[in-house]
Design a protein around this ligand. Structure first.
Ligand code: ADP
Length: 258
């Protein structure tokens, strides 16, 4: 794989106590910079704006209303990029903040603009850090819509720049036959070749306080990936160096391939 999209969920970036997981962010910066240095083209799709904003504002509960969440996300997004920039700078890697909305699906003009920007950033050797613009659109915040977390967004970005592989890092080892937090008998699927209703029924919602997408939204993303004839790996982001192993072809997490 030459062009790779990495999506990190809030659960990878924020500890259960609400503090920022600096070790994970630092390791992510190290791993992605190393891949870039080896000639890979990398785009990071990062959640975590609301989580980081909550930490900054000393909130221990996710705000209730959408406008509150938007405000906290705006505070957190700046801080999150700050942390990323600091860590990536340590390794000499240029980053870029790219905020997008669902318009990339609905409007060809927007799609073209976003694609052009991402292509240009890759050509410059930068690592784009993509998130949804929560001020303009609330798809990510409003759980009633299907955009769900950044899982869909990462699949859309994969389509836009025709990347070879999408790696989704979560707080779980992969996709199980049932939610492992409620069913100890649940088994890990190492390979999924088709997304059907049967499989969808096995996916539950988000497990953590800070996670928002849940497994359902990850399967939706996989569906989109299949439609675009791409592949996806879902793996545990506890230790982002796992990306090295995935790219080395080791059997890790759940591999979604047609
Ligand atoms: P992230 O913030 O990384 O996107 P989420 O909390 O949104 O993570 O989604 C991962 C969670 O989905 C897991 O921790 C688990 O509790 C839950 N889950 C529900 N059903 C399943 C399943 N079938 N297999 C794996 N995890 C599942």
């Amino acid at each position: 794989a030459k062009r790779i999209i990495i999506k990190v969920g809030t659960s990878t970036l924020i500890y259960p106590n609400g503090k920022v997981n600096l070790a994970a962010i630092d390791q992510l910066a190290f791993v992605l910079t190393d891949l870039r240095n080896r000639g890979k083209e990398i785009i990071l799709v990062s959640s975590g704006a609301v989580g980081v904003g909550m930490t900054k504002m000393n909130l221990n509960q996710r705000p209730q209303t959408i406008p509150e969440q938007q405000a906290i996300a705006a505070i957190g997004q700046g801080e999150l990029i700050n942390i990323y920039n600091q860590r990536f700078a340590t390794y000499g890697q240029q980053t870029a903040q790219v905020l997008v909305t669902r318009d990339v699906i609905d409007f060809p003009e927007s799609r073209k603009n976003v694609t052009n920007t991402l292509e240009q950033l890759l050509a410059l050797g930068a690592i784009p850090i993509v998130n949804e613009n929560d001020t303009v659109a609330v798809d990510e915040l409003d759980h009633s819509t299907k955009f769900g977390d950044n899982d869909q967004l990462s699949a859309i970005v994969t389509q836009l720049v025709t990347a070879d592989l999408l790696i989704v890092l979560s707080d779980i080892d992969g996709f199980y036959s049932d939610n492992p937090s409620t069913n100890a008998q649940a088994e890990l699927y190492s390979l999924v070749t088709e997304i059907n209703d049967d499989l969808m029924a096995k996916a539950g919602g988000a497990g953590s306080t800070f996670g928002t997408g849940g497994m359902h939204s990850k399967l939706q993303a996989a569906k989109r990936i299949f439609d675009a004839n791409r592949s996806m790996v879902l793996a545990n982001g506890k230790n982002p160096a796992i990306i090295f192993d995935i790219l080395a072809g080791k059997e890790i997490g759940t591999f979604f391939k047609h």
